[in-house]
Design a protein around this ligand. Structure first.
Ligand code: SAM
Ligand code: DTB
Ligand code: SF4
Length: 324
């Protein structure tokens, strides 16, 4: 039990084995995840990304969790694609607060080619500030993916969100295969893949296991795996869902780390509703990336001074940027 663990990169995970990991005694699971984590990363370093919604609301998709869908009345004010100068100002602010990666999100089912051209300019501007870049724009064509890669984009975020079986309970306007197709394009283009999901949507243990299996059994693990806790927003269909046991969220982080040892698992949406102690356990379970800054896309994230105090209390440091 206490002998050293050698991280192996596998792509053949089966449901039973993953459910058995989930079912380990909590201390055994976290110990295993932490051992694997420190074989691959400095356990006291966390990568810091900031998010900006560059195009907000009025989305044609019906994702049941999302306040940006045009189908639900979440009271959100829609905004068209932002001006480049405003995006760069926000990126500069995020950099001065300590973020090393700037993630730009757009409420599109899929972008138009002209949108992609404007996003490429944003990517180039943000890179010129010395930050890593990530965008999430919905489904992409081959040509659009190539444009983003040539424009120097570092990461593309496109989440699978849940298991294939549960997907149609949450989203009916696109298929799981649509998601997999875009992910394949991004992987083949050479852009780093950021792909994860949301838990706390009323899914079963098997759905959570199957989501992680989808991610880990890809030919190459996503470099970045965001694990979001559902942020319940008034007006969305998932408002009022029975909250997930926080310990099950922490278990999900640990199992993700064991299955994808070299990936950065991001403690993503939902941190505003988590205690400092719960976040500390997530970091112990192998999460080593966060969204930092007072807002996620449209909902609240912890204030930066709360995060700085938490880092200080836990002795955590920024992982820095490969562009520093
Ligand atoms: N429209 C694009 C798409 O869906 O890929 C990009 C933006 S979309 C807001 C990005 C991701 O945000 C979703 O895939 C989902 O994982 C996450 N997300 C959206 N609403 C959320 C919520 N209420 N709680 C947690 N995560 C959420
Ligand atoms: C991810 O996995 N989570 C982020 C980012 N990728 C784009 C988005 C979280 C959104 C939470 C709800 C909101 O603020 O609108
Ligand atoms: Fe649109 Fe993305 Fe929200 Fe779905 S998650 S409604 S695609 S913005």
């Amino acid at each position: 039990m206490y002998s050293s663990t050698v991280s192996t990169i596998r792509h053949d995970w089966q449901a039973e084995e993953v459910l058995n990991l989930y079912a380990l005694p909590f201390n055994d699971l976290l110990f295993k995840a932490q051992m694997i984590h420190r074989e691959n990363f400095n356990p006291n370093e966390v990568q810091i990304s900031s998010l900006l919604s560059i195009k907000t609301g009025s989305c044609s998709e019906d994702c049941g969790y999302c306040p940006q869908s045009a189908r639900y009345d979440s009271g959100l004010k829609s905004e068209p694609l932002m001006a480049i100068d405003d995006v760069l100002q926000a990126a500069q602010r995020a950099k001065s607060q300590g973020a090393t990666r700037f993630c730009m999100g757009a409420a599109w089912r899929k972008p138009k080619d002209s949108d992609v051209e404007r996003v490429v300019e944003m990517v180039q501007g943000v890179k010129a500030l010395g930050m890593e870049t990530c965008v999430t724009l919905g489904m992409l064509t081959d040509e659009q993916t190539t444009r983003l890669q040539e424009g120097g984009l570092d990461y593309y975020n496109h989440n699978l969100d849940t298991s294939e079986d549960y997907y149609s309970e949450i989203i009916t306007t696109r298929t799981y295969q649509d998601r997999l197709d875009t992910l394949k394009r991004v992987r083949n283009s050479g852009i780093n893949v950021c792909c994860g999901g949301i838990v706390g949507m009323g899914e079963s243990d098997l759905d959570r296991a199957n989501l992680l299996i989808q991610l880990a059994n890809m030919p190459q693990h996503p470099e970045s795996v965001p694990v979001n806790m559902l942020v319940q927003v008034e007006g969305t269909p998932l408002m009022g869902t029975e909250p997930l046991d926080p310990l099950m969220f922490i278990r999900t982080i640990a199992v993700a780390k064991i299955m994808m040892p070299k990936s950065r698992v991001r403690l993503s949406a939902g941190r505003n509703e988590m205690s400092d102690e719960m976040q500390a356990l997530c970091f112990f379970a192998g999460a080593n990336s966060i969204f930092y800054g007072d807002k996620l896309l449209t909902t609240d994230n912890p204030m930066t001074n709360r995060d700085l105090a938490l880092f200080d209390r836990l002795g955590l440091k920024s992982a820095g940027s490969s562009y520093a």
